[in-house]
Design a protein. Structure first.
Ligand code: AMP
Length: 509
């Protein structure tokens, strides 16, 4: 590969289950960056072994079965999330490591007697990808475009930026995964199309409707679920085999982390096998012992039909979201030129058949489902470089409403879901007490009518309000959302124009 300048920006697809990096070489040709073993993806897994060594990627995955308590995986779904709405309990049910609510309205993870914030783990994985890329490119990579699910909140995006800061990697731009995939599909093809990107990865589901007019990529609407992905398909298999085992032997394996990890591993492998064939054995020798000390095997046959029955509800959930996003973009099935599949789980024939049936045409084969996101990120990175001749216009949207808490905890929406970004909106507020010196607003993101069910982005305190009678100071609160979907809030005195001092009381991490 030709030598690239050391300030080259790489594209990173930081996935829930696998991550991948790519770089544009001169002229906008994109190359995926291989790992030592020649593979392009790195498992997004972090572990600490019994000797206290930190392991990341393939090394972490290799020892996963034997060290399930200290192997952290699928943590991306937890970045920037508060530990409410039963998130901790829900996730705890499907992972063998321990998690709990942290001090900063976040989720923390336990590993080998240490406690990690989710962005620490993201930072370790990012560092691994950065190091692999640096080894390959021959210079230390310092700048990257990183992709996130379109359905990530501001706080989750901040979490990814923070992960970059922790390892001195400048996250030059965050872009949405489906948008990145559409760049991989559309750049250089002089298109005039409306596409629907159906992105079902390891942990998250996103759908975006994007209009491509040559080099203008305009997202019309987006939606998704950050708790719907391949892992949930694995969980459906796991539930079935555990029930079967309990029925046959009267033994519940859920309390045995090593057995559970073996089941999880085989569940995923069987699910993947069943994309290529219609039947597969599900056998694990010596999974446990009877109370009398006799070894027991797990032994059943799985069919594609059974897998489809077990996961039909999950696929239906994705279709419900597709319908909702189409309604919001005001498009009908016939208005879509292409349906693009992204994410490993879209290889499942049932997913493809369901979509073919629904859209009355087969999905496009225009992009590689595992690589499109990293390639799109690299192309976008190239467009941001000084020496680039690729000029792109990306117009995206916010996935969920942003608003503030009104009386009684109601959500007062400032920017509605699917509002185009970048965007800014001003809101007037008045002082409510005599000589009030501070004004506090609590800002939330989410589509629920009451703030308690949305994500708290922060408690903003505006200080230095001029002393005056109640109601006589008029403030303007300005909400600005960047192209990355990141919010900045500021306030000024409408009469004097003076900027208020802004403090964020609930930190982002
Ligand atoms: P991604 O995040 O895009 O790498 O997607 C990873 C998810 O895709 C994991 O849950 C995998 O189990 C799943 N996956 C990968 N290949 C296949 C396949 N051939 N059939 C079904 N699922 C797959």
């Amino acid at each position: 590969m030709e030598k690239l300048p050391p300030d080259t920006i790489v594209g990173i697809d930081l996935g829930t289950t696998n991550s991948c990096a790519a770089v544009a070489t001169g002229g906008g040709q994109v190359k995926l960056i291989p790992h030592k073993g020649g593979e392009y993806t790195i498992p997004s897994i972090f572990a600490i072994d019994d000797k206290g060594h930190e392991l990341i990627g393939h090394d972490a995955k290799r020892q996963w079965q034997l060290n399930p308590r200290n192997t952290l995986y699928a943590t991306k779904r937890l970045i920037g999330r508060s530990p409410k709405d039963g998130i901790v309990e829900t996730v705890q049910r499907s992972v063998q490591y321990r998690l709990h609510g942290g001090e900063h309205n976040d989720v923390e993870l336990d590993c080998h007697g240490r406690t990690f914030q989710v962005q620490d783990v993201a930072a370790k994985i990012l560092a691994k990808i950065r190091d692999v890329a640096s080894d390959h490119l021959g210079f230390k990579v310092r700048r990257a475009v990183v992709t996130v699910p379109a359905y990530f909140t501001d706080r989750q995006r901040q979490g990814v930026k923070e992960a970059g800061r922790l390892i001195d990697l400048e996250v030059v731009r965050i872009i949405n995964e489906p948008t990145a995939a559409s760049l991989a599909y559309g750049i250089g093809r002089k298109l005039d199309e409306r596409v629907l990107v159906y992105d079902l990865g390891g942990g998250t589901f996103d759908v975006s409707i994007i209009e491509i007019r040559d080099r203008v990529f305009e997202v019309k609407a987006t939606g998704g679920d950050i708790f719907l992905g391949g892992i949930d398909f694995d969980d459906a298999v796991i539930r079935h085999v555990l029930e079967d085992f309990e029925k046959k032997h009267g033994i519940d394996l859920t309390g045995d982390p090593v057995a559970m990890q073996r089941v999880r591993d085989l569940a995923e492998r069987t699910k993947i096998d069943l994309s290529a064939r219609t039947e597969a054995p599900f056998s694990i020798p010596f999974i446990t012992m009877t109370p009398q000390g006799q070894p027991l095997n797990m032994d059943l046959r799985f069919t594609r039909t059974l897998l489809e029955e077990l996961t039909r509800g999950l696929v239906q959930r994705t279709l419900d979201i597709v319908e909702q996003v189409m309604a919001e973009a005001r498009v009908e099935r016939k208005d879509l030129d292409e349906v693009m599949l992204v994410g490993g789980q879209t290889r499942m024939p049932f997913v493809q058949q369901t979509l073919t049936h629904y859209f009355k045409k087969p999905p496009s084969k225009g992009v590689h489902p595992d690589e499109a996101v990293a390639i799109g990120a690299a192309l976008y990175a190239w467009s941001l470089q000084d020496n680039s001749d690729l000029k792109l216009q990306l117009l995206d949207v916010i996935p969920m409403a942003i608003g503030l808490e009104a009386a009684g905890g109601a959500m007062h929406v400032v920017l509605p879901r699917n509002a185009p970004i970048p965007n800014a909106k001003a809101l007037a507020a008045t002082s409510s007490a005599d000589n009030q010196s501070e004004l506090m607003v609590r800002i939330f993101q989410g589509d629920r009518p009451d703030t308690s069910r949305n994500e708290l982005l922060g408690e903003f305190v505006f200080g230095g309000v001029r002393p005056a009678r109640a109601g006589s100071v008029r403030l303007e609160i300005l909400f600005e959302v960047s192209i990355e979907g990141i919010l900045t809030v500021s306030a000024s005195d409408l009469d004097t124009g003076r900027q208020m001092k802004t403090t964020l009381r609930v930190t982002q991490s």
